[in-house]
Design a protein around this ligand. Structure first.
Ligand code: PTJ
Length: 247
């Protein structure tokens, strides 16, 4: 790992890069994951590398949705397991969600490495190795666990591909996406999209889930009840354009 001083103005971004590269070296992140991270970095730069107000509100709503769910699942891929392993384990614990490894570039070896990696951060049970359920898709993201994503009512999908997001929505599930690209098919298809860096989004989701943990069912329903995903996306694009104009 390259020694990055904490005083470096681009410290967080550079550490994320180091973590992704380390993920590839450990065999948990795909090589393609490096490209995906680069695209994310670009959108983050354009958004000013901050959580915009509409994303913060989406994070609050998403936390209420996870707390309200009967069978919430957090979908884990090679990028998120390198970037935010500890935070995903914590969010699962705070919300009572299951963690399930689901990969686009799936190999059984990578699934089992990611499971061990999450366990090293305190996860007690990570789904995804069984793969006894199928979504109607022609790529490996179709392979899911019956007791996990297949039967989930709410699925959190950070850094997703549009196909599976659409399929999960068609199956009647509530899909919460985290995607820095407000133009992506995933962002447009999800029930609720958080246009934020997964690293910042996870911190806010954990914090809101802790705060809202004391709320009644009715109070949570009020928070999660009324939103317009297209408006959140328009607001993210507006922030991006404003940022560009002010350069
Ligand atoms: O580990 P696997 O095999 O499941 O593969 C995972 C990747 C991410 C490689 C795969 O799902 C993929 O190719 O994803 P895409 O289609 O590149 O989509 C990833 C989306 O996440 C893009 O819209 C990026 O802008 C966005 N993104 C990338 N990095 C971040 C991000 N969003 C939030 N935080 C990030 N750090």
């Amino acid at each position: 790992m390259t020694g990055i001083p904490q005083t470096h103005p681009r410290y967080h971004s550079l550490i994320a890069r180091e973590n992704i590269v380390e993920g590839v070296n450990k065999g948990i992140t795909s090589i393609q994951g490096l490209v995906a991270q680069g695209r994310g970095e670009c959108f983050d730069y354009l958004l000013g590398e901050r959580t915009v107000p509409s994303a913060l509100l989406a994070e609050k709503i998403a936390s209420a949705m996870l707390l309200l769910a009967d069978r919430p699942v957090i979908s884990v891929n090679g990028n998120t397991s390198a970037l935010v392993p500890e935070k995903m384990v914590e969010l699962a614990s705070v919300t009572g969600a299951s963690l399930e490894v689901n990969l686009f570039h799936r190999t059984e070896e990578r699934v089992s490495r990611i499971i061990s990696h999450l366990e090293s951060f305190g996860a007690t049970r990570v789904l995804g190795a069984r793969g006894d359920g199928r979504l109607d898709l022609e790529h490996a993201r179709a392979i899911v666990d019956q007791e996990g994503i297949y039967s989930a009512d709410v699925v959190l999908v950070p850094l997703e591909d549009g196909d599976r997001c659409q399929k999960l929505v068609e199956m009647g599930k509530t899909v919460i996406a985290i995607d820095l690209n407000p133009f992506s098919r995933t962002s447009k298809t999800a029930t609720l999209t958080i246009v934020d860096n997964v690293d910042r989004a996870m911190v806010n989701l954990i914090s809101y889930s802790r705060q809202l943990g004391i709320c009644s069912h009715e109070e949570l329903e009020e928070i999660a009840g009324d939103f317009d995903n297209a408006k959140f996306l328009r607001e993210a694009v507006g922030e991006l354009m404003e940022n560009l104009k002010n350069q």
